[in-house]
Design a protein around this ligand. Structure first.
Ligand SMILES: CC(C)(COP(=O)(O)OP(=O)(O)OC[C@H]1O[C@@H](n2cnc3c(N)ncnc32)[C@H](O)[C@@H]1OP(=O)(O)O)[C@@H](O)C(=O)NCCC(=O)NCCS
Length: 167
């Protein structure tokens, strides 16, 4: 595969193309909330040398030492070449520059590819919970502590709130 570049972008036209990529994804996800997407703390794009956007991933909107990963998608023709891995590696590096101490992500149980993506990058599984949307979907919570001083269990417990664990 030819070279792919991984860049942080806040160029509106590029973000619009990335949003299109997310809108067309095939994982039955809920429709993208474009406003929230544009408020992301960081959006990383995977681009071909010709400038085509073939992958996207973000640290979602928010502030402080806790960061949420989201909006990960790789164009169908480019999958299984490690692009998601590199997008996540880049998100970890960017999180460190933003002063984030812990990253977390929520993944639908059936999304094997995304779960593997996180675990391969060193994320730890926290627990499965029932979706708060009342759909009966099982959602796994994952985290990666970036600093030694963070109490990951305490943070994760407070993030999940009163969601119902699946045992
Ligand atoms: C999930 C997704 C981003 C993975 O992108 P990718 O660039 O193909 O992933 P990578 O090549 O970096 O894969 C890394 C590892 O994840 C695992 N993996 C990736 N796709 C997989 C699949 N379809 N089935 C099983 N494992 C998979 C493998 O362990 C893979 O390593 P390997 O290729 O050496 O076996 C892509 O499949 C996608 O865009 N899916 C639809 C959108 C989506 O589900 N987004 C996430 C919502 S939370």
């Amino acid at each position: 595969m030819s070279k792919i570049n991984f860049v942080i972008s806040n160029v509106p036209a590029e973000l619009a193309l990335a949003a299109q990529l997310i809108d067309n994804r095939d994982d039955n996800a809920h429709p993208l909330n474009h406003k929230d997407f544009y408020k992301s703390r960081a959006v990383i794009l995977a681009k071909t040398v010709a400038g085509d956007i073939i992958g996207c991933a973000a640290i979602k909107a928010g502030e402080g030492i806790v960061g949420e990963l989201g909006y990960l998608v790789v164009s169908r023709h480019y999958r299984r070449h490690g692009i998601a891995q590199q997008l996540t590696q880049k998100r970890i590096e960017v999180a460190q520059t933003l002063g984030i101490s812990i990253l977390y992500a929520t993944i639908r149980d059936e999304n094997v590819a995304s779960k593997a993506n996180l675990l391969k990058m060193g994320f730890q599984f926290w627990r499965d919970y029932l979706s708060i949307r009342g759909t009966g979907n099982i959602v796994g919570w994952y985290f990666l502590a970036l600093t030694d001083d963070i109490d990951a269990s305490k943070v994760m417990q407070s993030l999940v709130g009163d969601r119902i664990p699946v045992v």
